[in-house]
Structures are given as C-alpha cells and as structure tokens.
Design a protein around this ligand. Structure first.
Ligand code: HEC
Length: 246
C-alpha cells in the first residue's frame, strides 16, 4: 500500500513539475500578439493552416464548414480551402497516412485540433518562428523550443533560412552552451510580415482548439448580469416582506 501511495505521489509530482518544463523547456517564450475576435486574422490563419500544415497534420475534430463561424462563406471555403475531391462537410483530415509519415519523418505529425490548448499559444508562436538550419539532423532543420524536432520548417519559403550554431560562453567561471540563431534570409516575407503570418496562424489554432471561447465569455457576462438582477429582486422582495414587522 505504501509503495502504491509513493508511486502515486511520484506520478503527481512528476506531472506537476514536468508539465511546465515540457511547455517551454527552459526557452523564454514570446507572447503571441493575437486577438481572438479579429475575423480577418482568423481567416488569414485558416488559409495558412490549410496551405502549409494540413498536408502533413490533420485537424480531425474540425469540419471545414465550421469555418463559417469565423466569417467565411461556403463558396469561399470551397474555392480557397478545399483540396480536390473534398466536401465542405468533411473533417480537416490529411491524405498522407500516419504509418507512411512515421517512415518519412521518424515521428508521425500529431493531430493539431487542440494543439493550442496542449502547448499554449505563446509556445506555438515561438516554435513556428524558431526553426534554424542544422546539418546534423535528418531534415536539416532544428528548432529552438523543440530541440531535434522531426518536423522540417514548413514555412521556410516565407520566412527564409536562419543559420544556427552553439557558442560556449563563460558565466561566473562556468561554461554554458548558448544557441545563437542569425536573422532569416531569402524568404518571400520580411520578419514583420512573417511574425504577423504566424500570429494569424496561431490565432486560428487557438480558435480551432476552443471554437466557443468567445461565446462562452459573453455568456458568462450575461449570467452575471442576470444573477445581479435576481439578487436585487430578492433584496426588494425581502424588504417588502419585512416592512410591517418592524
Ligand atoms: C512535412 C510535414 C509537416 C508539415 C508541412 C508540418 N508539420 Fe508540424 N510536425 C511534423 C512532424 C513529423 C512532427 C512531429 C515532430 C516530432 O515529434 O519530433 C510535427 C510536429 C508539430 C508540432 C509539435 C507537436 C507536439 O506538441 O509535439 C506542432 C505544434 C506542429 N507540428 C505544427 C505545425 C504547423 C502549425 C504547421 C504548418 C505551418 C506544420 N506543423 C506543418 C510534420 C509537419
């Protein structure tokens, strides 16, 4: 029994300590400059997601026609977002199969439906801007928040290529290895445009993970207003009941 309790305690402790560690692995995350109510940003993000991510990853919990909620019409979804042979009622799935992908990359690309809830939007924003060239990996790419990731830089044609190398620095007599990443060059976007593209994409991934977040917030306010009115009415009722007692 004691051993069982000790195992449970160790498990809970490792989850509590492990989760935040997994979330950023010691790298300082950049805050994602997103605004979840900005329909134009969500739509731009959806386009980037379909064009640059969906060929490897799926978003199996999301149907194309649910994108109407971010202001797209059925015609726009059909014209801009569907791959050949897909219907607007379909889930956002990929053609490539998981087993083949595992063979290509060594790891299967996970489903991204709720990724923004798993990792957080800041992690995603930093990760998608954190790829650099590394000749020592299988894909030739590495990432500053996800060391040795099996994913190649999917948007390198937009951001360009950044070179990275490790420098050894001495801090208070101790040697530290520091990753130094240069500015990206050769992409079709400048760094401001690329950051904006990633922010829109992450905004969309946040929406995808929690499509009803905004409605839920608004509903919360409505509930508070109704409750306040009820409290006021209850108070007035009480006052009227007790009026003659005193
Ligand atoms: C060429 C295929 C490919 C494309 C395109 C691609 N990915 Fe990936 N992605 C992968 C693979 C493979 C992994 C698994 C990496 C690993 O576990 O080492 C991965 C992992 C990830 C992860 C980390 C998952 C986790 O929590 O462990 C995120 C986030 C992600 N991809 C987002 C994206 C986004 C956003 C796009 C579009 C801009 C994209 N990917 C495009 C192949 C791809």
């Amino acid at each position: 029994m004691k051993a069982f309790i000790a195992t449970c305690a160790a498990l809970v402790a490792s989850v509590l300590i492990g989760l935040p560690a997994m979330a950023n692995e010691g790298v300082k995350l950049d805050r994602a400059p997103i605004s979840p109510t900005d329909a134009a940003s969500l739509q731009a993000g959806a386009r980037t997601f379909v064009n640059y991510c969906l060929n490897c990853h799926s978003a199996g919990l999301v149907r194309y026609n649910s994108l109407k909620a971010i202001g797209l019409t059925e015609a726009q979804i059909k014209e801009n977002l569907l791959f050949t042979g897909q219907k607007v009622g379909d889930m956002m799935n990929v053609a490539a199969r998981a087993r083949e992908q595992r063979e290509w990359f060594g790891n299967a690309p996970p489903d991204l439906s709720v990724e923004a809830r798993t990792r957080g939007v800041d992690w995603l924003y930093t990760y998608l801007r954190g790829f650099y060239r590394d000749p020592n990996t299988a894909t030739g790419w590495n990432n500053r928040v996800f060391p040795n990731v099996a994913m190649p830089h999917a948007m390198w044609s937009l951001q360009g290529v950044a070179e990275g190398h490790t420098e050894t620095v001495r801090i208070e007599g101790e040697e530290h290895h520091e990753l130094v990443i240069g500015a990206a060059h050769g992409g079709s976007m400048n760094s401001v445009q690329y950051d904006q593209t990633v922010a829109d994409l992450v905004n969309f991934m946040g929406w995808m993970a929690e499509p009803h977040a905004i409605e839920r917030h608004n509903l919360g306010y409505l509930v508070l207003i109704v409750l306040s009115i009820l409290i006021l009415l209850t108070y007035l009722l009480k006052a009227s009941y007790w009026k003659d007692v005193h």
